[in-house]
Write a protein that binds this ligand. Structure first.
Ligand SMILES: Cc1cc2nc3c(=O)[nH]c(=O)nc-3n(C[C@H](O)[C@H](O)[C@H](O)COP(=O)(O)OP(=O)(O)OC[C@H]3O[C@@H](n4cnc5c(N)ncnc54)[C@H](O)[C@@H]3O)c2cc1C
Length: 485
């Protein structure tokens, strides 16, 4: 869960342990001897097409991924299914005070099941130019085929052959994740100049661990960058394959109900398959500046910016934390600022679809809290919200409460709106309402919790401690649920 990876906790822990042992060996332990590679590997480049670029086929790439992960990490991943991009629309333009946000719809086979509140995992693609650079850096042709199997195992030798490009592009993160400590230790072994070897060994030492953390993790240095900054390192292919971080799928809350027919303004595209299900996500393009001023863009969301209609992408659906039983008639309190509105939208659409299907219109009460910076810049899903209001969705109670933080002199957030609607919310809670909170994991979840605590204290006439306890008991009963990232 640590955004900077396991080494953030592991390295200081090792440091503490070494303090305990320091009196025994004041110089600390030397780098241990290099254990044998964990993969048996052979590779060759077919002569006849050595100059042809390899075929870029996502099915091949997925096969390479699953075969490789089974051998390298003994891991079985949940299967991916293929989805086809139906539309990819920028709904918020990146600006001084706003981030770029896109609504993306993909078509999946009818057999793919999902429910409101579920999460779509997308396997990002890495630019093939970066993978070519990596192959060049490792001194292998991009047309290489690799045959591998797990070493040191009592299992039968079960070699698998895949294209190296397919394997790296789908499986090994060379362009976003930072290398782990083992990768750096291997680089130290294979550095061929004393200066680079010493620097890398220093990074792996106790004294250098803080500097390594600053240089590598905090700077979000990629594997490709690391290798190019230490040009004397000649890492054998099998060592690279055993130690490079695995490319992870990225999570996006599903922003639609499976029971709602999605209205689209896009012209029908004859190239796209018909009679398939649509899944919608709403993704904010991740951008950050490192402490040394380097600009970074998220691998997956940066790729999604340019994914064109008709592209096939690998996805899988997983259960999210939000789940409401169908035909549930208790009130709902939904807090979803920014892209946190995505799962809120799926729950609301589901409730509307259920109410229509069962004839119990209008739906049970819902209080929705949405927030963004500016009404006219980053107010996503405005049309949908206004349509719900105009169609009488809130006739039985509740409504939509919006906070535009930068549209007036003093900043206003969803937390202010929650406290302003205290009487309504306390009434809903007394009638058995559940609270769902989604969006940024920074300060929002704690701030929202505090606002609900204040609401309960004021309108339920309780002490702050009693109000906190009540919220915690709601959490235990599954009536206060947060899905934050
Ligand atoms: C359940 C859930 C639902 C979500 N729903 C949404 C949603 O609806 N909309 C939305 O916009 N976002 C959502 N997110 C957040 C989204 O998954 C992240 O922002 C995601 O990281 C974006 O991917 P990216 O490749 O663009 O950025 P990344 O390249 O993943 O960069 C994001 C950060 O993670 C770090 N990082 C990346 N890989 C590694 C690694 N292997 N080890 C350590 N650090 C790493 C990067 O350095 C960077 O700081 C959700 C997340 C979760 C868990």
């Amino acid at each position: 869960q640590d955004p900077a990876g396991q080494d953030t906790k592991f390295v200081p822990w090792v440091s503490k342990i070494l303090d305990v042992f320091a009196p025994i060996d004041p110089n600390g332990p030397p780098l241990p001897d290099l254990p044998p590679p964990t993969l048996n590997l052979s590779y060759n480049t077919p002569l006849q097409d050595a100059h042809e670029p390899p075929k870029n086929d996502i099915d091949q790439r997925l096969l390479a991924r699953s075969l490789f992960l089974r051998e390298r990490d003994s891991g079985e991943e949940d299967a991916y299914v293929m989805a086809t991009v139906q539309s990819n629309e920028r709904v918020v333009r990146a600006g001084v005070n706003t981030s770029e946000v896109r609504v993306i719809r993909v078509a999946v086979d009818e057999g793919v099941k999902y429910e409101a509140g579920d999460v779509l995992y997308l396997l990002p693609d890495q630019p093939s130019s970066r993978v070519h650079s990596l192959c060049r850096r490792l001194g292998v042709s991009r047309n290489t085929n690799v045959t591998f199997s797990r070493a040191n195992t009592s299992h039968e030798w079960n070699p698998r052959t895949v294209g190296l490009m397919d394997l790296i592009q789908s499986t090994l993160d060379v362009n976003s994740a930072s290398a782990g400590r083992w990768f750096i230790e291997l680089m130290a072994y294979y550095a061929t100049t004393t200066r680079e070897a010493d620097k890398l060994k220093y990074f792996c030492s106790r004294e250098g661990s803080e500097e390594l953390y600053e240089y590598n993790k905090r700077e979000k240095r990629t594997v490709l960058e690391l290798l190019s900054e230490f040009p004397s390192v000649h890492l054998p292919l099998e060592r690279f394959l055993e130690s490079c971080p695995v490319l992870m799928p990225r999570a996006f809350s599903i922003a639609c109900s499976p029971h709602t027919k999605i209205q689209t303004s896009d012209k029908p595209n004859p190239a796209l398959p018909h009679s398939r299900k649509t899944i919608e996500i709403c993704a904010k393009v991740v951008r950050s500046v490192t402490p040394w001023g380097r600009h970074r863009e998220g691998l997956c969301t940066g790729w999604l910016r340019n994914v064109s209609v008709g592209t096939r992408v690998a996805v899988r659906v997983e259960k999210g934390k939000f789940k409401i039983p169908p035909n549930e008639q208790k009130p709902l309190i939904l807090v979803g600022p920014g892209t946190g509105f995505a799962p809120v939208k799926s729950l609301v659409e589901d409730r509307i679809a259920n109410a229509k299907a069962t004839g119990e219109w209008p739906p049970a009460p819902m209080a929705i809290f949405f927030g963004c910076r500016h009404r006219d810049k980053d107010y996503i899903y405005r049309e949908e919200m206004e349509m719900w209001e105009n169609n009488g969705v809130f006739t039985r109670g509740g409504g939509i409460f919006r906070a535009f933080s930068r549209d007036q002199r003093e900043k206003r957030y969803v937390t202010d709106e929650i406290e302003r609607q205290g009487a309504l919310l306390w009434d809903m809670l007394e009638k058995g309402a559940s609270i769902y909170v989604s969006g940024s994991a920074k300060s929002m979840p704690d701030d929202v919790f505090r606002s609900f605590r204040n609401v309960i204290a004021t309108h339920g006439k309780k002490s702050l401690l009693e109000a906190s306890r009540l919220l915690l008991s709601l959490e235990q009963k599954g009536r206060y649920v947060s899905e934050t990232w």
